[in-house]
Design a protein around this ligand. Structure first.
Ligand code: ADP
Length: 193
């Protein structure tokens, strides 16, 4: 079993690859974006709070996000393995995650960084906007999400590199090709019996 993170810019194919990786490794994917969107759709108090940030392409406040992730990580089905997609995104979230795992007596095995160039990302996101109609996929909001990623999230990669946990994979190419690349790169990295 593996406890891992996937980090990559909006449009890098994180979500798509997350579900393929988790299927192959037999672990649960936890996407903070999906949890937020589900709550928005259901109109829960969490969803009502999160919606204004999501629509603007801003981060939901750490206090809200951290609590939500801690609840999810304390559930039985992710005791031994999970792939966190879209979290942590800020320094504060890295510290919160460290605390959550420490309190549970657990450790991360690997952090996967998916890379892609900006031009390709914008193209993909605008294409997805037409297909899925996500409210946060307008040109202006996309630009904002990409710059927030560069400023706040990209630097976190160094933290995990220093801990010796980082594996970097090129996210450009066919979906299945990228999955192959990832699974190959993960071989021998932190899988636990
Ligand atoms: P993407 O990575 O393509 O921007 P996600 O589905 O991961 O999309 O996230 C969508 C939105 O949900 C984000 O723009 C943000 O508003 C909110 N969100 C998701 N994860 C987090 C997080 N870890 N911290 C704060 N906000 C988050």
């Amino acid at each position: 079993m593996t406890r891992m993170l996937i980090i990559g810019p909006p449009g890098s194919g994180k979500g798509t690859q997350a579900s393929r990786i988790t299927e192959s490794l037999g672990i649960e994917a936890i996407s903070t974006g999906d949890i937020f969107r589900f709550n928005v759709k259901e109109g829960t108090p969490l969803g009502v709070e999160a919606k204004k940030y999501i629509d603007a392409g801003d981060f939901v406040p750490d206090s809200v996000t951290n609590r939500m992730v801690e609840d999810r990580l304390n559930q039985e089905d992710v005791a031994d393995g999970f792939l966190l997609d879209g979290y942590p995104r800020t320094k504060g979230q890295v510290e919160a995650l460290d605390g959550i795992l420490e309190r549970a007596g657990k450790q991360l095995d690997v952090v996967l960084q998916l890379t892609a160039d900006n031009e390709e990302l914008v193209k993909r996101l605008l294409g997805r906007a037409e297909q899925e109609g996500r409210a946060d996929d307008t040109a202006e909001v996309i630009e904002h999400r990409l710059s927030l990623y560069e400023k706040e999230t990209q630097p976190l990669v160094d933290v995990y590199a220093e801990r010796g946990l980082l594996v970097r994979v090129d996210g450009l190419g066919e979906i299945s090709e990228v999955t192959e690349r990832i699974l190959e790169a993960l071989k021998g990295k932190g899988g636990r019996k």
